[in-house]
Write a protein of this length. Structure first.
Length: 351
């Protein structure tokens, strides 16, 4: 798993080198399901609507004063959604004439339908942007700029009454979640019930789905379609809660909010490894096998030409290193990561 995380970091670094203008990059470190939301929707979303792009002028160097106005449109991952939503609410308290909207669309859905077409200024993602998404964006004149803002401990959860299971290996999860895989609990371990799985998980537009498919199910297999896909993480929790034989996966923040309603499963990357429970500490030190990085992507044009977008991103990146992120249920960015993010933002803005 460590080798996988290192490979992911190297790939992300090469990708970032291409994302921003010139040689600007932000070093990605190893550690969506996505819920639908209307303008500012989702779980307690930002209260923005609005129908126009922000009209803040200048090339980013604004002082964030009371005269700041316009709109900032956010789309993307529901795993990242709670962070962006909290940032939006606090930013709008300080800048009441700026309307920040936050839609939870899925990482891939946000890139495809909102960010790359130029309809969103920022897209949250629970996995790095794909090469084909970069090409889609660039084909529309959108240059994505990557910022690693937090880390997550992706959580596999079961019903509280599922007392037969406390841990799983990657291979066992792959058997359950891959196409043409196991159908009964007893197909995986003989001592488990002779009952079918009820699977709840993210839709294929989700970055969480992509990450799980690539890192857990494995490149030789496809994710099963025999599950209840949703863009609403709370529906996954509800499905697990309602059935003794149910299982599902989502970002740690949603487990943290619902730890009394469902049971987290400890995870081992390989047979014989000591299973680790999801936690912020384990995600931070890399000991949890399903730790992963979380990102936001800003539009280079919006950063340079829309003062309110620049100011919101500056606020976001400053506060991604604070307890605000930890209180939501993720590992905040480090001081070094914050400084690199802010330096990238300044370079892109031309300051």
């Amino acid at each position: 798993m460590v080798e996988d995380q290192a490979a992911t970091s190297d790939l992300a670094s090469r990708r970032k080198f291409l994302l921003a203008s010139g040689t600007i990059g932000v070093t990605a470190l190893a550690g969506c399901t996505e819920g639908s939301g209307g303008s500012g929707g989702g779980n307690g979303g930002g209260n923005g609507g609005g129908n126009g792009g922000g009209n803040g002028g200048g090339n980013g160097g604004g002082n964030g004063g009371d005269d700041l106005s316009g709109e900032v449109v956010n789309s993307g991952s529901s795993t990242v959604f709670p962070v962006t939503d909290a940032m939006a609410e606090q930013f709008m308290e300080e800048h009441p004439d700026v309307n920040v909207t936050v839609d939870s669309t899925g990482s891939g859905g946000g890139f495809e339908n909102h960010f790359c077409p130029g309809d969103a200024d920022i897209n949250g993602a629970s996995r790095p942007i794909k090469d084909e998404e970069v090409e889609h964006c660039q084909g529309n004149g959108v240059e994505p700029v990557e910022f690693h803002i937090a880390s997550d401990a992706l959580t596999m959860a079961v019903n509280n009454d599922a007392d037969w299971v406390d841990s799983m290996t990657f291979d066992e999860m792959s058997q359950i979640w891959r196409e043409d895989g196991a159908e009964l609990w007893s197909d995986v371990r003989d001592e488990w019930p002779d009952e079918p799985f009820e699977l709840y998980g993210p839709a294929s537009t989700s970055g969480t789905y992509d990450w799980f498919n690539e890192n857990v199910i494995g490149e030789d297999h496809n994710h099963t379609a025999q599950h209840e896909p949703t863009e609403e993480d709370n529906l996954i929790v509800q499905g697990i809660q309602d059935s003794e034989y149910a299982m599902g996966y989502f970002g740690y923040a949603y487990y943290n909010e619902n730890s009394d309603a469902v049971k987290a499963v400890s995870v081992a990357a390989e047979e014989g490894d000591e299973p680790g429970a999801p936690s912020l500490a384990a995600a931070k030190d890399g000991s949890y096998p399903m730790a992963r990085p979380l990102f936001i992507y800003g539009s280079e044009s919006s950063i340079r030409n829309e003062e309110q977008v620049y100011e919101f991103l500056s606020f976001y990146l400053e506060n991604a290193e604070t307890d605000m992120v930890q209180e939501i249920g993720y590992v905040p960015s480090s001081v070094d990561m914050r400084d690199e993010n802010l330096a990238t933002l300044e370079d892109v803005a031309g300051n």
